[in-house]
Design a protein around this ligand. Structure first.
Ligand code: NAD
Length: 517
């Protein structure tokens, strides 16, 4: 595998997938070498306007198609994406610098998510009968209508997954999607759109407007019917505020400062091996990777030693094969942030157990996987998301302290727990204030359980992706209630008798089991 198939010429050939008329607007830099390897066109406000108009027209036709048709398209997406696994994986690597192992996970994620919604969507979207005002006398039907045009704003760290896996439920629900991918990784989105269109998604139904967030984001947000945003908490606040002005609903998948708890009954070596992937997948540039490790004193020393050894064994580098385990940071900005967090922690008294240095011999944005101890509470890395290969290790006296410190943050995205007793792990998980918790695994069991909702609490977000929740967010419920033969307010009945009758009905209803009503 060389990645040579993604020449500058071939990348430029993907630009016809973009609704963007300002040619060569944005230089795209390699995470591996720092060199500019492509120029990206940007969408103007007129491009955004046209894209949303076309999407609205396409959505009107698409929503009328039977769900079986829409689901069949998702089935074909599974086949198409898996058939293109190798070249898609190489393109993800080309644009992000991530290891092949990290890149291929995105392809599987899209296939699994498409397959899940192909199976589950018909039942989730089906019309429902609910209890009417007077059971038996009033009928209530609920319909899950598509919202219309969904504006999807995506980050660079998982550029295939976070564009396609969020677009698919929106599409199967009967919507159109206009997506603004991250400017660093737009070619991945463009290639994905090509595959989706080949699988049968109508071209106007899924469109891409490329460009910088603060320029293309606002005109998009102002025109769509729903905003699904994934990115930093800071940008999320701006996006949510603008959507709020237009009363447009949002889902916000934001940052985290994720804790991993190693309980006193955990096997320290097993926990250490699992924690390595949990902390350093995609060089720590994964929203649900661990940045804080709370380890019970009973197992702290053996855990620390095994963990540091395993981190030192990580193969740092880049190749289009399966050797490199951890690649560079995406960009100078990510690299500088990582360097500053480590320098600041050091200055304030933290100990570097391993790593803590850039690796210019490999490329300008490579940084060693870094384990810190004794990080004081006033260090930036104590509370703020680094989004790089840096984790802080804290010994704790018991599980109560581990839980209290894990929850001592404004974020609430993901937690992980290592324990020898799964039952105990599930009980402790209920005390960890995050949207998802993985037990005896870093994050993949939570992310991969696509039938279960996933998302953040507090500053980590609003709403959920995955599961029925991740589909129904793209719908707008309509309830239709039909009066039966006995009217709610029979004509000619004096108000006093009407009130007394309703009181009797209300009392009787409490006696009838809910399943009969
Ligand atoms: P970012 O917020 O800088 O950018 C995300 C997207 O928003 C990009 O497409 C960007 O162009 C756009 N954008 C930026 N400012 C905007 C604005 N004012 N208006 C409209 N759009 C705007 O984030 P990033 O650096 O690309 O991604 C890293 C962050 O994303 C981290 O904080 C990470 O934790 C978070 N993230 C969260 C999840 C999750 O599911 N919770 C998943 C992946 C990444």
């Amino acid at each position: 595998m060389t990645g040579a198939e993604w020449s500058a010429e071939r990348l430029a050939g993907l630009h016809d997938q973009l609704a963007a008329s300002d040619a060569d607007a944005i230089p795209v830099e390699s995470a591996v070498t720092g060199e500019t390897y492509a120029q990206l066109p940007a969408a103007t406000e007129t491009d955004v306007d046209d894209a949303v108009d076309r999407a609205r027209t396409a959505a009107a036709e698409w929503r009328e198609r039977p769900i079986t048709d829409r689901v069949a398209v998702l089935d074909r997406v599974v086949d198409r994406v898996l058939a293109e696994r190798e070249s898609t994986t190489s393109l993800v690597q080309r644009e992000t610098g991530k290891s092949r192992r990290d890149a291929v996970e995105e392809v599987f994620d899209v296939a699994v998510t498409a397959g899940y919604y192909a199976d589950a969507a018909p039942a989730i979207l089906a019309d429902e009968r609910r209890q009417g005002a007077i059971p038996g006398a009033v009928r209530a039907d609920v319909h899950h209508d598509p919202v219309g045009v969904v504006g999807l704003i995506a980050p660079w760290n998982y550029p295939l997954t976070l564009v396609v896996s969020d677009a698919l439920p929106a599409l199967v629900a009967g919507n159109a999607v206009v997506c603004k991918p991250a400017e660093e990784t737009t070619h991945v989105a463009a290639y994905a759109r090509k595959l989706l269109v080949e699988a049968g998604v109508p071209p106007d139904l899924f469109q891409l407007v490329s460009g910088r967030g603060p320029e293309v984001g606002p005109p998009l947000i102002e025109r769509v019917d729903y905003v699904a945003f994934t990115g930093s908490t800071a940008a999320g606040r701006e996006v949510a505020a603008l959507a709020g002005e237009n009363l447009v609903p949002v889902s916000m998948e934001l940052g985290g400062k994720n804790p991993l708890l190693v309980l006193d009954d955990a096997d320290p070596e097993t926990a250490a091996a699992g924690a390595v992937r949990s902390c350093f997948a995609n060089a720590g540039q994964l929203c649900i990777t661990t940045e804080r490790l709370f380890v019970d004193e009973a197992v702290y020393e053996p855990f620390r030693d095994a963990f540091v050894d395993a981190v030192e064994d990580l193969q740092l580098g880049f190749d289009y094969d399966w050797h490199a385990e951890m690649g560079p940071l995406l960009s100078e900005a990510q690299f500088e942030k990582t360097r500053e967090h480590v320098a600041d922690a050091r200055e304030r008294g933290a100990t570097v157990l391993t790593g803590g240095e850039p690796r210019p011999d490999l490329g300008p944005y490579f940084y060693e996987p870094t384990v810190l101890a004794d990080v004081p509470t006033d260090a930036t890395a104590y509370g703020q998301e680094t989004f790089g290969p840096v984790v802080a290790l804290y010994p704790v006296s018991d599980t109560d302290e581990a839980v209290a410190r894990a929850n001592d943050t404004d974020y609430g995205l993901h937690g992980a727990i290592w324990t020898g007793d799964e039952e105990r792990g599930r009980a402790v998980a209920r005390r960890v204030d995050t949207g998802t918790v993985s037990i005896n695994e870093g994050y993949a069991v939570s992310w991969g359980s696509v039938d279960a909702p996933m998302g953040g609490r507090g500053d980590s977000g609003i709403g959920r992706r995955h599961g029925p929740e991740g589909l129904l967010r793209f719908t707008d419920a309509q309830a239709v209630a039909t009066s039966g033969p006995v009217p709610l307010s029979p004509r000619g009945l004096p108000d006093r008798l009407w009130a007394a009758g309703l009181s009797t009905v209300a009392r009787l209803l409490r006696k009838v089991p809910r399943w009969i009503r």
